[in-house]
Design a protein around this ligand. Sequence first.
Ligand code: NCD
Length: 350
Amino acid sequence: MNRFTHLIDLDDLPISYIEKIVSLGADIAENTAKYSEYCKDKVLATLFYEPSTRTQMSFQTAMLRLGGTLIGFDNPETSSVAKGENLKDTTKVVSSYADIMVMRNPVEGSAKAAALSSDCPIINAGDGGHLHPTQTLTDLLTIKLEKGQLENLTIGVCGDLKYGRTTHSLCKTLSKFRGNKFVFISAPELSMPDYIKDIVNANGCEFREIFSLEDALPELDILYMTRIQRERFPVGFEAARFILTAENLTLMKPDAIILHPLPRVDEIEIAVDDDPRAKYFLQAKYGVYVRMALIIEILKNEYPTKLLSYECSDRVCANEKCVTAKEKYLPQSFSRKGDTFVCDYCEAVL
Ligand code: NCD
């Protein structure tokens, strides 16, 4: 344990390291061919237990452009997972075949659980509705290249802020940069979870919550749209959604940018795509460069990741979506945060 630099949560890494990855991503975007031999003889495993287009293919493209090779699955039903194999055993074995592993899984905290038994670095490509740190790296590179700065920005985050893991990782990380302000735009039943608001607050950033997209638009430097995560809704749950129309664009600053992790499901009108402020397809392209940078840096193994603190281990996480509820062999572990404890896998408060 603790021998590898994993990317489970960007909070595990110093901000200087994150900035280094973004800068390297910018250089790779300009000089891609220069890096074409970097991962010669290296194998990347992509284990995708959930659907993906961009994250999976951009990681695969990144590794191929670095001269490496690929193994993995994009449908666990074609692997021994379908026979009932647990996460520990799948991870243990695949990590002995690969030099670096990218995992997406519908269960919260699964990347951390996988890292506990992995014999290579693990990259979290989305763990349920919890986090999606490599999308955040993609977002940071896009903001850096298209706005020229990561500080002093007003960022509107709109859509499903409750189940949308991209928004959680993004707000956690962008709140570490000085002078950023957040406007959370969602239906009340899909509002940003308290634990993310607490982190934004603790990092010294202002935020407000509103329920009208039009009202928020004039002040924004960045509008980050997201889809409704219907697959994560409890049965019978419905929620209102917001749609960015071409007409709305007149309300926005001329130099604002519009981002979306994609896939879009009607929350941005197709007519918006032709506006120069729409950067979401470019954002998806930048994802390859920043993931190339991430693979290069992770393989240097400079920051062995601390996985569990065991500050409290005699209680059970009550989050039914936590990996500890599914993979019963995992040790319970909570870390002290202020005057409470949070689960080391899924960040649920004890
Ligand atoms: C996001 C995801 O999977 O969380 N997509 C992505 O990785 N680009 C967003 C989403 O599914 O809505």
